[in-house]
Design a binder for this molecule. Sequence first.
Ligand code: SAM
Length: 253
Amino acid sequence: VPCYMNEIPFPQLPEMTAIWQDTLDWQPTPEQQNLFQGLYQLIVEFNQQLNLTRLTDPDEFWEKHLWDSLRGISPLLSGKISIPPGEKFIDIGTGGGFPGIPVAIALPNCSVTLLDSTRKKITALTSILEQLNIKNTIPWVGRAEALGQHPRQRESYQFALLRAVAPLSVCAEYSLPLLTIGGLAILYRGHWTTEEEKQLTSAVKQLGGVIESVDAFTTPLTQSIRHCVSIKKVKYTPKQYPRSVGVPGQKPL
Ligand code: SAM
């Protein structure tokens, strides 16, 4: 692993180590810390030509990209939920690689497919992942609606992650067809209302899932409000879902 330390300011102060421990009951190894640093540097570099993220300030990147990405899988990091090696994740609408790349760094024995419909973004991520020598990711250009009807992709993932991609019921239609029975979709959200919960409950039921938990928390540096919604797949998703490209967004369930 190349060493990126000290090339760009990046928060790796003792406070950050303590925050990982206190909030997630987990600590990055020095290699993982080095990969986070390298990821930051390469994202900032690629961001000069391509809009991968608007968060390039080191503290913001740490909190809103690294910490937030991993907060969504905190039960897996702390060992509260144990997962066998080789579990398959898909980050739907990964954009600049979040939450998928930090998850791949934190769980090196799992495989993380990074799906986005914008080819330029996936090309940039492929180059970033090569430079960091991260081997447990599969960058993929495509639409979630198409992948969900792909015979070898449908019902093949244990975890689907979605952050800032679409309204809730659209996220449910994108993710549930891709999950195995017992698999979990984790929706990263900001605010959360009972109205949203009602809409999501009805969509999820049609897709073979149940809302398992809604976890409310604040981010550790700026105390921003976040919710992680976990949806468990309990039965097969009817064949008509996901509907054709564009339809879930135009006519949400
Ligand atoms: N998840 C990242 C994050 O939180 O930083 C990026 C969010 S960005 C606002 C949304 C991304 O989702 C865009 O890169 C877009 O191309 C992708 N996207 C939206 N709808 C999609 C679909 N149906 N299939 C695949 N990618 C999609």
